[in-house]
Design a protein around this ligand. Structure first.
Ligand code: GAL
Length: 833
C-alpha cells in the first residue's frame, strides 16, 4: 500500500513537472502576448546592463518593479562580449546571465533584444570593430561572411540562455527575443539583397528554437511568425502586418540621448503618459519604455560619433539610478490604472465613439461584464467637458482619462498627482593635490610607421584608442617671402573627423571638431614655420564610432586630406602625398597611466606645476563621500579628454563643447519631438560624470585625467547627487489621488493629500515654500498667487524633521477658506538634507 502510494506520488510529480514544462509557453494572438494561457497587457522598460554596474542592478530592477513594470528589456552588446574573435567576455557589467537572473528573482520577465545590431547610441552599433576586417564582409545585407558571423553570435547567446534555462519555455524569465533592429528602412534603401537578408535573419532566428516569440522592430515585412513592432514617440497609429499579431511598441522614447554639442532633451511626463494611454486605448498590449534607466556610456562605449558619456535619456530612473519625479510616479499611477483595465483590455477591440470635435471614447467590454473606458481630448488648447454614459467629464487639453469601470476616473494623463523632486549636485571638497605628466607631441623616437599618403584612422587604430598621430616634415627654403614679411602660410587640413589638434614644431597651432550632424572638419590656421625642416604633427581623435546609417561600417574617420600649405613662394604645396608617419594611441595609454601600477611607473610633476596646457595627464586622489548617495565629478573647468577612477574608465568628458539648440519653453501639449524640450543651451552638454559607488574605496581613490586642450584641474570637484528638495502641487480635487485597490473596483476618493518625501538617510529640514490658494510656478520657483492662506506654512510645520509626511488638502487643515468658491491648490517645496 505504502509502495503504491509512493509510486503514484512520483507519477504525479512527474506529470506535474511535465505539464509544468508544457504549460510554460509564450504565444500570441491579435489581442496580446499570451503567457501560460493568459492574455497580458505588459509594461516593459529598457535597462541596458553595461550602462550601470552589477551592484546597481538589483536596485534598478526593484525600482522598475515598484514603478509598475512587468518586463525588463535589454539589448545584447556583441562588442562587449566578443572583444576579439572567439574570445568571449561575460563578467562584471557584461554578466548578462547574472542580470537576467536578477530580473527573474524580482519576478519580472525579460525581452532579450539580441540584435546583434543594436544601434543604441553604442559604439559601432554593437558590432565588434574586428568584424569589419573579416574578408569580404558587408554588414546587414545578404552577405555570407556577415550572416555566418551573425548566426554564430546569435546562436552563442541563445545557447547560453538555454543552458541556464532562461527562456520562459524552460521556466525562465525570457518571454520574447528580438532579431535585428529597425532593419525596415535599411531594407527599403538597399532593395533585393535587403529583402533576402530579412528573410534569412527571420528564418535563422526561428530555427534556433527558443520556444518564445521573436520580434522585429520597424520591419513592416517581418515574416511569420515574427511579430513586427513599432518604435517612436507615439505608436497608436501602428498596425501589425497580420491580423493575428499583437500591437507592440518596443521603444516608447522617454526622452532622447545627449550629444556633445547638443542641449539636454527632456520629455514631459504628461505627454509620455498621454502617448502610452493613447496606444493602449487603440488596442496596444505591450509597451516598452526606451529608456527606463538610460545610465552611462562608460569608457569608450558611446557611439555616434559625439554621443555624450551620460545616457540619462530623461528616463524615469535617472543616470544615477535615482527615481526621477514626477515622471516615475506619474507613470506608476498610469500603470496601476491600466492594470485595473486589464480584464477588459484583453477581451477584444474597443468600441470607438466621437465625443466632440477632438474628443473620443474607447470602450473595452468583456463577455464577463468587465468594462474599461478611455476618454481622450486631442485638443491642444482647451479643456473639454464631455458626456459619456450620461455623466460629465472634464478633460484637460491633450489628455486621456482612464475609467477602469467605465464610470470613475482613476487617472488623467495631464494631472500629475505625485511629487516632484529636484536633485542637486552637492560639492564634497575632498580632492587631494594634483600632479601632472606631459603627453609630449609624438616624435620619430616613438617608433611610428611611415607610408606615403594619408590613411583612414579606424583602419590603423582598429579602435584600440581614440587617438592617432599623423606626422610629416615640411622643408622651408630660406628665401621664402613670409620669413621676411611675417605673412605666415596657412595650413589647411581636411579630416573625416571627429576632432583634431594640430601641432607645428611641438606647439599647438589649432583645434577643430565636428558634430553629430557633420563629423567632418577642416582646420585652417596660419602657421609659424621656420627656415629648414618643420614638423607637423596632427592628433586625430575619434569620439565614438557611428551606430546608425546605411553601411556605417564603411564611414571614414581621420585625416584623409587634402593637407595643404598655401602662401609659399610656389603658391600652394600639397602635403597629402608625401611621407606620413603614424603612431596609434598616446604614450600615457601605452604606459597604462590610468592604473595604480602604471601611474607609479613614471615621474609626475608636483602640485605647484599644474598648468593649463594641452596634452597633459593629471592625477589626484580623493575620499569617497560618506553615505550612499551617487557620486560624480564636476568637470566644468576642463576642456576635453578622458577620466579614470581606480583604473576604471569613466568615459570621455567634453564640457568645453557647449550646447547649441533651442531651449525655449516646454509645454506638454502637442506632438512631441526630440528637439521640443531642451535645456542647458549655452552651457556644457555634459558637466557631471558618474563614478559608480562600487568603483570607490572609502579613501585614497586614484583619479587620472587626460586633458587634450588645457583645462584647469584644480576646478574639478567630487560631488554627491542628492534629492535637494521635494515638491508637491495638489488641488482640492484630484482624480489621480483616488485610492486604487489593485484589481479591485475603484473606491470613492479619499481627501486629497500632499505627500512629500526625501530619500533614505535624509530629512525634511525646512519648508522653502508653502501656499494653499492659487500658487503659481513650478518646483524650485513657486510663487504665491492672489489667493493664499496665511496658515500655509504652519500646516507643514509638522513635516520638519521627518523623512516624509502627508498633509490633507482641505480648508480644515488650513484653518479656513482663503477664497471661497475658487478651486484651490496646495503647493509646497520642502528642503531635504
Ligand atoms: C532607435 C534605435 C535605438 C536607439 C534609439 C534612439 O531607432 O532602435 O537603438 O538608437 O533609436 O535612442
Amino acid at each position: 500500500m505504502w509502495r503504491k502510494e509512493a509510486t503514484m506520488l512520483s507519477w504525479l510529480f512527474m506529470l506535474a513537472t511535465l505539464t509544468g514544462v508544457v504549460l510554460s509557453s509564450v504565444t500570441y494572438d491579435h489581442t496580446s502576448i499570451i503567457i501560460n494561457g493568459q492574455r497580458r497587457i505588459l509594461i516593459s522598460g529598457s535597462i541596458h546592463y553595461p550602462r550601470s554596474t552589477p551592484e546597481m542592478w538589483p536596485d534598478l530592477i526593484q525600482k522598475a518593479k515598484d514603478g509598475g513594470l512587468d518586463v525588463i528589456q535589454t539589448y545584447v552588446f556583441w562588442n562587449g562580449h566578443e572583444p576579439s574573435p572567439g574570445r568571449y567576455y561575460f563578467e562584471e557589467r557584461y554578466d548578462l546571465v547574472r542580470f537576467i537572473k536578477l530580473v527573474q528573482q524580482a519576478g519580472l520577465y525579460v525581452h532579450l533584444r539580441i540584435g546583434p545590431y543594436v544601434c543604441a547610441e553604442w559604439n559601432f552599433g554593437g558590432f565588434p570593430v574586428w568584424l569589419k576586417y573579416v574578408p569580404g564582409i558587408s554588414f546587414r545585407t545578404n552577405n555570407e561572411p556577415f550572416k555566418a558571423a551573425m548566426r554564430g553570435f546569435t546562436q552563442k547567446i541563445v545557447n547560453m540562455m538555454k543552458a541556464e534555462r532562461l527562456f520562459q519555455s524552460q521556466g525562465g524569465p525570457i518571454i520574447l527575443s528580438q532579431i535585428e533592429n529597425e532593419y525596415g528602412p535599411e531594407e527599403w534603401e538597399i532593395g533585393a539583397p535587403g529583402k533576402a537578408y530579412t528573410a534569412w535573419a527571420a528564418n535563422m532566428a526561428v530555427s534556433l528554437g527558443t520556444g518564445v516569440p521573436w520580434v522585429m522592430c520597424k520591419q513592416d515585412d517581418a515574416p511569420d511568425p515574427i511579430i513586427n513592432a513599432c518604435n517612436g514617440y507615439y505608436c497608436d497609429y501602428f498596425t501589425p502586418n497580420k491580423p493575428y499579431k499583437p500591437k507592440m511598441w518596443t521603444e516608447a522614447w522617454t526622452g532622447w540621448y545627449t550629444e556633445f554639442g547638443g542641449a539636454i532633451p527632456q520629455r514631459p511626463a504628461e505627454d509620455m503618459a498621454f502617448a502610452v494611454a493613447r496606444f493602449i486605448q487603440k488596442g496596444g498590449s505591450f509597451v516598452n519604455y526606451y529608456m527606463y534607466h538610460g545610465g552611462t556610456n562608460f569608457g569608450r562605449t558611446a557611439g555616434g560619433p559625439f554621443i555624450a558619456t551620460s545616457y540619462d535619456y530623461d528616463a524615469p530612473l535617472d543616470e544615477y539610478g535615482m527615481i526621477r519625479q514626477p515622471k516615475w510616479g506619474h507613470l506608476k499611477d498610469l500603470h496601476r490604472a491600466i492594470k485595473l483595465c486589464e480584464p477588459a483590455l484583453v477581451s477584444g477591440d474597443p468600441a470607438v465613439a466621437s465625443l466632440g470635435h477632438y474628443q473620443e471614447s474607447h470602450v473595452f467590454t468583456s463577455r464577463t461584464g468587465a468594462c474599461a473606458a478611455f476618454l481622450a481630448n486631442y485638443d491642444q488648447q482647451a479643456t473639454a467637458t464631455v458626456t459619456f454614459r450620461n455623466r460629465h467629464y472634464n478633460l484637460p487639453p491633450w489628455s486621456i482619462s482612464i475609467l477602469p469601470d467605465c464610470t470613475n476616473v482613476v487617472f488623467n494623463t495631464a494631472k500629475v498627482g505625485v511629487q516632484t523632486t529636484s536633485p542637486q549636485m552637492v560639492p564634497v571638497s575632498n580632492l587631494g593635490s594634483w600632479a601632472s605628466y606631459d603627453e609630449s607631441v609624438a616624435s620619430y623616437s616613438d617608433d611610428p610607421f611611415t607610408v606615403v599618403g594619408l590613411l583612414e584612422q579606424i583602419n590603423v587604430t582598429r579602435d584600440v584608442s581614440d587617438y592617432l598621430w599623423y606626422m610629416t616634415d615640411v622643408n622651408i627654403n630660406g628665401n621664402e617671402q613670409f620669413l621676411k614679411n611675417g605673412r605666415y602660410p596657412v595650413l589647411t587640413v581636411m579630416s573625416a573627423g571627429h576632432a583634431l589638434h594640430a601641432f607645428i614644431n611641438g606647439k599647438l597651432a589649432g583645434s577643430v571638431y565636428g558634430s553629430l550632424e557633420n563629423p567632418k572638419l577642416t582646420l585652417t590656421t596660419s602657421v609659424k614655420l621656420w627656415a629648414g625642416s618643420n614638423r607637423i604633427a596632427l592628433l586625430s581623435i575619434a569620439v565614438g564610432l557611428p551606430n546608425v546609417g546605411n553601411h556605417f561600417e564603411t564611414w571614414n574617420a581621420g585625416v584623409l586630406g587634402p593637407v595643404q600649405l598655401s602662401g609659399l613662394n610656389e603658391g600652394r604645396r600639397d602635403l597629402s602625398w608625401q611621407k606620413w608617419s603614424y603612431k596609434v594611441g598616446l604614450k600615457g595609454e601605452a604606459l597604462s597611466l590610468h592604473t595604480l601600477s602604471g601611474s607609479s611607473s613614471v615621474e609626475w610633476q608636483g602640485s605647484y606645476i599644474v598648468r593649463s596646457q594641452p596634452l597633459t595627464w593629471y592625477k589626484s586622489t580623493f575620499n569617497a563621500p560618506p553615505g550612499s548617495d551617487p557620486v560624480a565629478l564636476d568637470m566644468a573647468s576642463m576642456g576635453k579628454g578622458q577620466i579614470w577612477v581606480n583604473g576604471q574608465h569613466v568615459g570621455r568628458y567634453w564640457p568645453a563643447y557647449t550646447a547649441k539648440g533651442n531651449c525655449g519653453g516646454c509645454s506638454y501639449v502637442g506632438t512631441f519631438n526630440e528637439n521640443k524640450c531642451r535645456t542647458g543651451c549655452g552651457g556644457p552638454s555634459q558637466r557631471w560624470y558618474h563614478v559608480p559607488r562600487s568603483w570607490l574605496r572609502p579613501s585614497g581613490n586614484l583619479l587620472v585625467i587626460f586633458e587634450e586642450w588645457g583645462g584647469n584641474p584644480s576646478g574639478i570637484t567630487v560631488v554627491r547627487r542628492t534629492v535637494g528638495s521635494a515638491c508637491a502641487d495638489v488641488s482640492e480635487w484630484h482624480p489621480s489621488l483616488w485610492h486604487i485597490k489593485s484589481l479591485g473596483k475603484p473606491e470613492m476618493p479619499e481627501k486629497p493629500k500632499v505627500h512629500i518625501s526625501c530619500t533614505e538617510g535624509q530629512k525634511i529640514s525646512s519648508i522653502k515654500f508653502a501656499s494653499f490658494g492659487t500658487p503659481q510656478g513650478t518646483c524650485g520657483s513657486f510663487q504665491q498667487g492672489v489667493c493664499h492662506s496665511t496658515y500655509s506654512y504652519e500646516a507643514f510645520k509638522e513635516c520638519i524633521g521627518q523623512r516624509w509626511c502627508s498633509v490633507v488638502v482641505s480648508k480644515e487643515t488650513f484653518r479656513g477658506d482663503p477664497c471661497p468658491g475658487i478651486m484651490k491648490r496646495a503647493a509646497v517645496e520642502a528642503i531635504c538634507n
